[in-house]
Design a protein around this ligand. Structure first.
Ligand SMILES: NC(=O)c1ccc[n+]([C@@H]2O[C@H](COP(=O)([O-])OP(=O)(O)OC[C@H]3O[C@@H](n4cnc5c(N)ncnc54)[C@H](O)[C@@H]3O)[C@@H](O)[C@H]2O)c1
Length: 316
């Protein structure tokens, strides 16, 4: 019998790839999602599916019944702008929901919680790139605050209650199944617009940079950190791992690459958006020393993403 894992947010973009990765290694997988932005079709056939809100009073009973070995927590309110407009809604899911997951985990004897934080929002603005895990934290949105406070709750449950956990701080994740309809996911948005012959919209001078990491590589990081030996104790940063490539890619560079893949693209330039980070890249050498390596180049990952959007026939 393989190990049992619960993937919250398992019907979402990244969570569904994480389910795939566990299944491929013989784990018994349950995906939990309230389908607020996730899609039932994203959940792989080999996984059980539970439609539930992570804040539900029925969550502890599910944990008691299923006795998961590992809980992988991807469910979240993910939109920075929503968190700014409605910080209490953000905290309700990202803090209160997380606490329901952590308390249910502790009471039912879960061995390890793998928690998803964000390297794009917990560190704040800096020109000294790439950023390593121990750098000063300075979140500039309620979403950044809720993600970082999750890491501190993990610390409490680890240090005081003895429950193992790790936090993954993702860079900009892209790949198949990312929604091209929201605010996030510039690669998916550009790919869909290019496919439909619509102009790509670039805000500001297009020289702002991000660290783009392919979703399959993010899934393999989750798998690695689900069973790897951890230090017995330490501060929150000792249990946090950046997941990125360490490389900066500008929006202008991305536009060129999408042009090459799609064959035709027009660009429309608009005013810069307030509050956007100028540059970002994560130093992931700590994870690499444990054996993780991104397997996809940006060119390969962008082609995969474009092909998947084409195959889905996602035309307007
Ligand atoms: N996409 C990125 O670049 C990125 C970067 C950093 C961190 N993250 C984190 O990765 C995780 C997954 O993000 P994603 O990009 O796959 O987004 P997503 O929206 O596709 O996935 C989130 C999933 O959580 C589900 N969900 C939301 N609220 C829920 C609730 N109350 N109860 C149960 N399920 C709920 C949604 O239906 C969705 O399926 C999130 O924790 C997000 O903060 C993503």
């Amino acid at each position: 019998m393989g190990l049992k894992v619960l993937v919250t947010g398992g019907a979402g973009f990244i969570g569904s790839h994480v389910c795939d990765a566990y299944l491929a290694e013989g784990w018994e997988v349950t995906a939990l999602d309230d389908l607020s932005s996730g899609q039932r079709e994203n959940v792989p056939a080999g996984a059980e599916f539970v439609e539930m809100d992570i804040r539900s009073p029925e969550l502890p009973e599910l944990f008691r019944r299923c006795r998961f070995d590992v809980v992988n927590h991807h469910a979240a309110q993910i939109d920075v702008r929503v968190s700014v407009a409605r910080p209490r809604d953000d905290a309700s899911i990202n803090v209160d929901g997380l606490l329901n997951v952590l308390e249910s985990s502790r009471r039912s004897g879960v061995r390890r919680v793998v928690y998803v934080s964000s390297g794009g929002v917990v560190y704040g603005e800096t020109d000294d790139l790439p950023i390593e895990e121990t750098r000063e934290k300075a979140p500039l949105s309620p979403y950044g605050v809720s993600k970082l406070s999750g890491e501190y709750y993990l610390h409490y449950f680890r240090a005081v209650q003895g429950m193992e956990s790790v936090a993954l701080r993702y860079a900009n994740v892209y790949g198949p199944r990312q929604s091209p309809h929201g605010e996030a996911g510039v690669v998916a948005i550009f790919s869909l617009r290019a496919m439909n012959g619509e102009p790509l919209i670039v805000y500001g001078d297009g020289e702002q940079t991000r660290d783009y990491v392919y979703v399959g590589d993010v899934a393999s990081a989750n798998l690695l950190l689900s069973t790897l030996d951890l230090p017995p104790s330490g501060p929150p940063d000792a249990f946090a791992f950046n997941v990125g490539t360490g490389m900066e890619t500008s929006v202008n560079d991305l536009v060129e690459r999408v042009m090459e893949i799609s064959g035709q693209v027009e660009v429309r330039r608009e005013d810069a958006r307030a509050g956007e980070l100028a540059r970002s890249a994560l130093d992931s050498r700590k994870l690499m020393r444990l054996g993780w390596e991104p397997a996809y180049s940006l060119a390969e990952g962008l082609s995969e993403t474009y092909r998947s959007i084409e195959a889905a026939g996602n035309r307007r």
